[in-house]
Design a protein around this ligand. Structure first.
Ligand SMILES: *[C@@H]1O[C@H](CO)[C@@H](O)[C@H](O)[C@H]1NC(C)=O
Ligand SMILES: *[C@@H]1O[C@H](CO)[C@@H](O)[C@H](O)[C@H]1NC(C)=O
Ligand SMILES: *[C@@H]1O[C@H](CO)[C@@H](O)[C@H](O)[C@H]1NC(C)=O
Ligand SMILES: *[C@@H]1O[C@H](CO)[C@@H](O)[C@H](O)[C@H]1NC(C)=O
Ligand SMILES: *[C@@H]1O[C@H](CO)[C@@H](O)[C@H](O)[C@H]1NC(C)=O
Ligand SMILES: *[C@@H]1O[C@H](CO)[C@@H](O)[C@H](O)[C@H]1NC(C)=O
Length: 511
């Protein structure tokens, strides 16, 4: 079910691959003309710079693939393909930056010295919002003014937890903070079946914290190896950085050295190490709680980019979200350019019938909503938790030609219990490390802080998340209810007081 999905995504990328291939092919053709008779074209590789789109992590990856694919071209093949070169040869020069932005962005995105006008961005025809061009990247660099981060392994402590940060790093190498977005997520190894569908749709860096107490360490490590070596493609190697964490009361007996470990390829004939009955994990046997916010915070703190999408691992984003979102930021149109409040960018959430694959576009999603193979997230579990402002209007509104802000909402009144999932930045409040998944309300303290700080929720027009296929119904869980009662009173009696002291109380902000 996942493989056709991936092919579909690649199919959608034809446009991008096509643009890159023209350049590669022109290069090869040149080589062939000058070195005809030379039978090793790859030895004569002439690097060609195009519009700089190869600088994004995603495109670097696609371009490497393209190189591999074209390295074997024969003269005959090339002759056929040079027909294309008489068409557009994508050598776009960077548009001259000539506009001083009048906009005020959020605190973090403030000091804009030079932003290309929309017209400049549109110079590079055809405008494809699924591609990040050099001038878009330059605009992002100027708008965001962010700092690049180091990318090396570290062993740290976070409260009672030990953290092996960057335990296994993605192969993408150093990342410029403005060039892409990091999805930050967390899980126990038994949920790692979600990683491949997630990376296939995201196609950008993922920072993943795995909770691996005691004997959960070995299957966690083997799952990492399996996912890197046996997924049928190298997206996991390319994009996913793994962190490991465990309580100081449950330190694994054996902590393998990651470099040593990765030297031996995993035996892909073995079953996936994460395919286990979830009640068989060390965590379950020892009756441990899942420290959901510790995982969320570790993954977020390690992200290399300015923008982040904190996700639970079973939520799959709509394809092309990264370039579509960054192009929107670079265009810097109202309300982005006119509001100077802190902001985050919520995504609409859906569940789908388990016989279906997640929709690729809003149009397809709307078809599924119509025939009820898709429904709003947690409709049958906790409808008010994920009710987004103007949700019905969002669902009815056709896909916009480019990504834009659909509506600027607040977390108040009818939406005061809203638990938005959003693209944010490192400037946003962290989640409270003390709250467990079992105890529920684990994201509410962050949402309260947003309300107190008067955040704007800029809901995105075309972006959505789909939960791993399968519609959820409310099921009583007495064990969880017990923890929920306990955690609920902790939030009310302790955390609420803390937050009011630190962030102040504001009418309409509830916890
Ligand atoms: C290129 O050709 C070699 C030898 O014919 C083959 O082993 C290799 O798989 C080919 N590569 C691609 C990407 O097709
Ligand atoms: C792309 O941007 C870089 C700056 O990071 C610049 O050095 C390079 O010349 C640009 N490429 C083109 C084709 O404009
Ligand atoms: C920017 O462009 C305008 C009109 O296109 C021109 O009049 C102006 O001199 C330019 N400014 C700079 C700094 O180049
Ligand atoms: C923005 O940058 C300019 C020059 O780099 C500097 O003079 C100015 O003080 C900065 N403004 C803010 C608000 O940081
Ligand atoms: C998982 O294990 C538990 C207890 O050992 C058992 O009750 C349950 O049926 C198992 N679930 C599956 C799907 O095998
Ligand atoms: C529901 O709609 C989707 C999208 O239009 C379509 O792919 C699917 O086959 C439909 N299913 C049913 C049961 O009508």
């Amino acid at each position: 079910m996942q493989v056709p999905n991936f092919i579909l995504i690649l199919g959608n990328r034809r446009n991008l691959i096509f643009r890159v291939s023209i350049v590669v092919i022109v290069g090869l053709f040149y080589v062939a003309l000058h070195y005809s008779g030379n039978s090793a074209p790859e030895a004569e590789w002439v690097p060609i710079t195009v519009d700089g789109s190869e600088r994004t992590a995603e495109t670097r990856y696609l371009k490497d693939k393209e190189r591999e694919m074209t390295a074997n071209f024969t003269d005959a093949n090339m002759r056929k393909l040079t027909e294309f070169t008489s068409q557009k040869i994508a050598v776009t020069t960077m548009s001259t930056v000539n506009k001083t932005a009048s906009s005020t962005a959020s605190d973090v995105e403030k000091n804009v010295s030079a932003v290309p006008s929309e017209a400049n961005i549109l110079d590079e025809e055809p405008y494809d919002e699924n591609v990040l061009t050099n001038s878009t990247l330059m605009a992002l660099k100027a708008i965001l003014g962010c700092k690049d981060k180091d990318f090396f392994p570290e062993t740290l402590q976070r409260g009672e937890y030990w953290v092996l940060k960057n335990y296994v790093r993605a192969n993408h190498g150093p990342v410029q903070c403005y060039e892409t977005i990091t999805a930050t997520t967390h899980c126990g190894f038994e949920f790692l079946d979600n990683l491949v569908p997630l990376v296939e749709r995201w196609m950008a860096p993922i920072s993943l914290a795995i909770h691996a107490p005691g004997t959960d360490m070995l299957p966690s490590v083997n799952s990492i190896r399996y996912l890197r070596d046996c997924s049928g493609h190298d997206l996991v190697q390319q994009f996913v950085t793994f962190h490991i964490f465990f309580s100081n009361k449950h330190i694994p007996e054996n902590i393998p050295n990651a470099d040593e470990l990765l030297k031996t390829p995993y035996d892909c004939a073995l079953p996936a190490p994460y395919a286990v009955n979830s009640s068989s994990t060390y965590k379950e046997k020892m009756n441990l709680l899942y420290p959901v916010n510790v995982g969320r915070n570790i993954a977020r703190a390690a992200a290399l980019t300015h923008f982040l999408l904190p996700l639970d691992i079973e939520l799959y984003p709509s394809p092309f979200l990264v370039p579509q979102f960054l192009n929107m930021i670079a265009r810097n149109e109202p309300p982005l350019s006119t509001s100077n409040k802190p902001r985050v960018f919520p995504l609409s959430l859906f569940e789908i019938d388990k016989q279906y694959s997640p929709p690729q576009t809003k149009l397809e999603l709307q078809g599924m909503l119509k025939n009820k193979t898709a429904i709003p997230f947690h409709k049958y579990v906790c409808p008010t938790c994920h009710n987004i402002p103007r949700g019905n209007e969002w669902m009815a509104k056709p896909e916009t030609p480019l990504m834009e802000v659909f509506y600027v909402g607040k977390r108040e009144k009818k939406y005061s219990h809203w638990e938005p999932i959003f693209i944010g930045t490192h400037a946003d409040a962290y989640y409270d490390d003390r709250l467990s998944w079992e105890g529920k309300k684990d994201k509410m303290t962050q949402a309260y802080i947003f309300c107190a700080k008067d955040y704007e929720f800029m809901i995105l027009s075309n972006a959505f998340l789909v939960h791993k296929p399968g519609i959820k119904y409310y099921k009583a869980n007495p064990k969880r209810d017990k923890y929920a009662a306990k955690q609920g009173s902790f939030v009310n009696n302790v955390i609420k007081k803390e937050l009011k002291k630190i962030f102040g109380s504001k009418p309409g902000c509830v916890l």
